[in-house]
Design a protein around this ligand. Sequence first.
Ligand SMILES: NC(=O)c1ccc[n+]([C@@H]2O[C@H](COP(=O)([O-])OP(=O)(O)OC[C@H]3O[C@@H](n4cnc5c(N)ncnc54)[C@H](OP(=O)(O)O)[C@@H]3O)[C@@H](O)[C@H]2O)c1
Length: 278
Amino acid sequence: MGYYRNKNILITGAFGGFGLCFISELLDKGANLILSDMPKGDSSAPGCAGNLPGICSGRENQILSVIPADLSTAEGCRTLYDEYRKLGISLDMIIHNAGIAFGGEYVDIPPDLNEKVVALNLVSVMRLNTLFLPDLISRKSGHLIYVSSVAGIVATPLGVSYSTSKFGVRAFAMALHGEIRKHGIRTTIVYPFFSKTPILKSRVFGNPKVSFLPGFCASSPGHVVSCTLSGAEKSKLHIRPGFFSKVMWLAVRFYPVISPQREILGYSWKDGMQTREK
Ligand SMILES: NC(=O)c1ccc[n+]([C@@H]2O[C@H](COP(=O)([O-])OP(=O)(O)OC[C@H]3O[C@@H](n4cnc5c(N)ncnc54)[C@H](OP(=O)(O)O)[C@@H]3O)[C@@H](O)[C@H]2O)c1
């Protein structure tokens, strides 16, 4: 029997780029899903009044519930948990996937938005585990999947709060893993590189010098999700989906900080850029 078959799985950020791929692949694998995402103003949007995306059609019986909740707040996390409890089922897996990002220099991004990035990408993960974990521990089973990022491996300027949150998720997941593995609970952390989802169109503040990534460097969200689910099935703790994720993972081992924080011998700072000394 497949690893995911008949498992009850909660996906946060369910109607985003990766979320839809998780839904599609997990439905194919026979899982039952609880889907959570931001409450939507548009009444025809997935998640609003129980609307489901087209990929669910014919498989509605596998959707246990759709729970809109703003997870950047403590109340939103509590709402998600309370609504889940009303279903009267046991959860087997959480895919901590909801996330936001803003581009630009730290001081140019409004402070409340920098804080919101950490509140959603990191603090909500902690809050949800506080709520859901005791039941998994008492049942001595479960699997927690965390969507971190290459920005959780390499400290990335022009996305300071995002990188902070993704390093934080990685540290949280690894440290918690050390406590809960004895209860039979598995942990998997995935570190995607840029992938073609709506998050790449996030707001940018100020006028940062950004060199745009050629499209071919961005991975397909379907590939990221397939790697995640196949790696999680094999109980892998860390998953590097795609070439760039693997390269970054190895590179930081040889060159601890790959970014302008590092003064490189033979280079100096001029006009905000690191240039080779004459
Ligand atoms: N795509 C990449 O390049 C990339 C790379 C590395 C890691 N990641 C991570 O992958 C995860 C999924 O992102 P994605 O690429 O699929 O982007 P996405 O399409 O923007 O998906 C993010 C999802 O999170 C939801 N969300 C936003 N604010 C929320 C809130 N306050 N409460 C609950 N849900 C909220 C979004 O809902 P709305 O659409 O309504 O805002 C959306 O469904 C994120 O954690 C992201 O950091 C992405």
